[in-house]
Design a protein around this ligand. Structure first.
Ligand code: SF4
Length: 222
């Protein structure tokens, strides 16, 4: 089989490819939508699909068009495969939601900037979910790393997963400021990166070592 072009995902027909542009926290602009619509029309994209990670997948490109399409789009590739931070899912939080207790978009944007796409950071696919209140619309309990806001600050949750072997994440700290939550998430990610086995997802890592061991390990690190 020919090599899969960079930034493309081979589809079920084994002939065509999907691309997933990076759209931090699912925030779109008229300009991004126009670019996507223009590409979709000109290349006769078969399906435009909103993904579970709040991104937009364009499906049905030929291998020879992929490089040109990315140049024309001029948007970064959204990591969709392999061991790295794939995306940070976030709800609107205090930006627009009447229930919002914390700036989930702001915290998520900082995490996006620090980690998304960096291939040197983690042993397996990793996702974040940041919610602006305890209703947890961004599924913070079901992501590898999450945080949700309360009137007293952020609660950080680790080791969640949806999918085939679902797991509800464990809260490991609460009442944190933005800076404290960001620092703790960074330490948790680094601890996971240093101590998990290759290809071991965060929930499986937590199940193997135990949440108390993880908590002790993270909190004892500088
Ligand atoms: S988690 Fe809370 S702040 Fe975020 S969208 Fe849901 S209700 Fe609104």
């Amino acid at each position: 089989m020919a090599d899969v072009p960079k930034g493309a995902i081979l589809q079920r027909d084994k002939e065509t490819y999907a691309i997933v542009p990076r759209i931090p926290m699912g925030i779109l602009t008229p300009e991004i939508l126009e670019k996507l619509a223009d590409i979709a029309r000109r290349y006769r994209v078969r399906i435009i699909k909103i993904t579970s990670g709040q991104r937009i997948a364009l499906v049905g490109f030929k291998a020879e068009d992929i490089e040109k399409v990315w140049k024309e789009l001029d948007i970064e590739v959204g990591p969709a495969e392999g061991p790295c931070v794939h995306y940070v899912q976030a709800c609107p939080g205090t930006e627009t939601c009447k229930f919002g207790q914390g700036d989930s978009l702001g915290l998520a944007a900082k995490i996006e900037e620090m980690f998304v796409g960096r291939e040197d950071t983690v042993p397996a696919k990793t996702k974040f979910g940041i919610s602006g209140c305890t209703l947890n619309c961004a599924e913070s309990y079901l992501r590898d790393f999450g945080a949700f806001a309360t009137p007293k600050g952020w609660t950080v949750v680790v080791g969640g997963n949806s999918g085939g072997r679902p797991r509800i994440g464990n809260p490991i700290a609460e009442k944190l400021t933005d800076e404290e939550a960001l620092l703790l998430l960074k330490k948790c990610l680094e601890y996971y990166a240093r101590h998990a086995r290759q290809k071991e997802r965060m929930p499986r890592f937590i199940e193997r070592i135990g949440i108390e061991e993880f908590r002790k390990g993270v909190l004892s690190e500088e």
